[in-house]
Design a protein around this ligand. Structure first.
Ligand SMILES: NC(=O)c1ccc[n+]([C@@H]2O[C@H](COP(=O)([O-])OP(=O)(O)OC[C@H]3O[C@@H](n4cnc5c(N)ncnc54)[C@H](O)[C@@H]3O)[C@@H](O)[C@H]2O)c1
Length: 417
């Protein structure tokens, strides 16, 4: 297992390729996007992730990592391409399919193929095996196949890539063991072996667990608004129970995982997934609740203007995929509200964006949408000096509300009645 081909150089593939290269393997990183390939070959990065620039530069400088737009014969193929949703909430497996097809001519006896992309249970056996066997080689007899889902947290990818426990599902035990031997070269966590379908289910189950629990938190937060109490306080107290873990409420669920993966189960088992579908819909409705509250706060103001702080789906990262902030901003704009957004991590957004001061200037409401740490440093008195109306709506319940009230703000908080 000397030469490894990592296909898809995004949030998962690029860190994985770089860590493998700095662990001593010869790594060919493949991406369909020529700009990504050019950037990586120059030792640069096209995504924001702490520590990634250093590792990629080191990997390229060592000569162990090289990027290209097409694969070449290698010993191992790691597929880390997107598995998004189609508009009708079905798993779009076209990227995985295309990637599997493109490696077929490169396969030889002894090749190991590892799918890292999050996939609906059954994908490896039903989609990948028939494609890979077009090579004339038999999975289980001539070549090995494993699924090793990735469970890193954006913002801590490099650390978690090494420290997290990994689940490795094999077509057979030889496949699982071969994949385990590869991950064991850089993973410090436990590597747990199982079969392909269980490994696929484990990843989707993890995110569905999170989604259902966030939906419970969000639903309870709305009840707290009616009850005139604080969800955060109630959740903190409930979590003093030794077997309770109430999740955090917020403006919705974003990202490529939690808001997407539960649909993989609903898509496959539409009749048996009422709870999962309900939770998903509850979380998807949160942006509408935030918009309704914001419009209420703006009532009576002619040509209202909102300063929307935060575009990423969660704090301290630049990832806007499925971000509730974007949905909220679009809905506000459709309702005739002027919105300028600010995010210290996002360079280019599909909504009007400005520097913080410009964003706050003459705004009627500061709408806090993402829990970036830097927003803890917002000065209420500075914001008050810039804004037309001193209204704060904190959808993350993260600011020191008394300080903002002391600076003259009327403060609304999601989940606080
Ligand atoms: N981002 C995360 O935090 C995270 C965490 C756990 C699991 N995952 C899963 O990992 C997988 C990859 O996610 P990501 O966040 O790295 O995606 P990404 O969008 O950041 O990167 C995917 C890359 O694949 C490339 N690509 C697309 N089609 C290709 C093809 N046919 N050939 C070569 N390259 C191709 C794209 O150009 C892109 O650079 C997904 O299944 C995702 O659900 C992601």
């Amino acid at each position: 297992m000397k030469r490894i081909c990592v296909i898809g150089l995004g949030y998962i593939g690029l860190p994985t390729a770089s860590v493998l290269a700095t662990s001593g393997f010869d790594v060919l990183g493949v991406d369909i996007d020529p700009e990504v390939v050019a950037t990586v070959n120059e030792g640069g990065i096209h995504i924001e992730e702490p520590g990634l620039a250093t590792v990629v530069r080191a990997a390229i400088q060592s000569g162990k990592l090289h990027a290209a737009t097409t694969p070449a014969p290698c010993d191992v193929y790691i597929l880390a391409v997107p598995t998004p949703l189609t508009p009708d909430k079905k798993a779009d497996m076209s990227y995985v399919q295309a990637t599997a097809e493109v490696i077929v001519p490169c396969l030889k006896p002894g090749s190991l193929v590892i799918l890292e992309s999050t996939s609906p249970p059954g994908t490896c056996r039903e989609l990948l095996v028939p494609i890979l066997e077009r090579s004339g080689l038999k999975v289980g007899a001539d070549i090995y196949l494993a699924h090793c889902p990735e469970r890193v947290l954006p913002g801590r990818i490099l650390r978690e890539l090494i420290s997290n426990d990994r689940v490795v599902g094999g077509f057979d035990s030889a496949s699982a063991e071969k994949a385990r031997d590869l991950y064991a070269t850089f993973v410090e966590g436990d590597i747990l072996l199982t079969d392909l379908t269980t490994a696929e289910l484990v990843k989707v189950l993890e995110n569905t667990y999170r989604d259902v629990n966030i939906a419970l938190a969000n639903e309870t937060a709305l009840l707290c608004e009616e009850l005139g109490v604080s969800f955060k306080e109630a959740a903190t107290l409930a979590n003093r129970h030794p077997r309770v873990n109430v999740h955090t409420a917020g403006p919705g669920v974003g990202g490529h995982c939690i808001s997407v993966d539960p649909w993989f189960l609903v898509d496959r088992f539409p009749e048996q997934t009422d709870l999962i579908r309900l939770a998903r819909n509850r979380n998807d409705q949160m942006p509408e609740h935030v918009v309704a509250t914001t419009l209420h706060l703006l009532e009576g103001i002619a040509q209202p203007k909102v300063a929307a702080l935060g575009l990423a789906f969660k704090g301290n990262i630049d990832d806007m995929r499925e971000s509730p902030a974007l949905a909220i901003i679009r809905l506000l704009m459709e309702a005739g509200v002027g919105v300028l957004a600010h995010d210290p991590f996002v360079k280019e957004a599909p909504v009007p964006q400005a520097e913080l001061e410009e964003c706050l200037a003459a705004a009627d409401c500061l709408l806090l949408l993402t829990d970036h740490d830097t927003y803890h440093e917002l000065e209420a008195s500075v914001a008050a000096g810039l804004m037309r109306h001193t209204t704060l709506y904190d959808t993350r319940n993260m600011l020191d509300h008394q300080a903002w009230r002391d600076a003259g703000f009327s403060v609304s908080v999601l989940g606080v009645g």
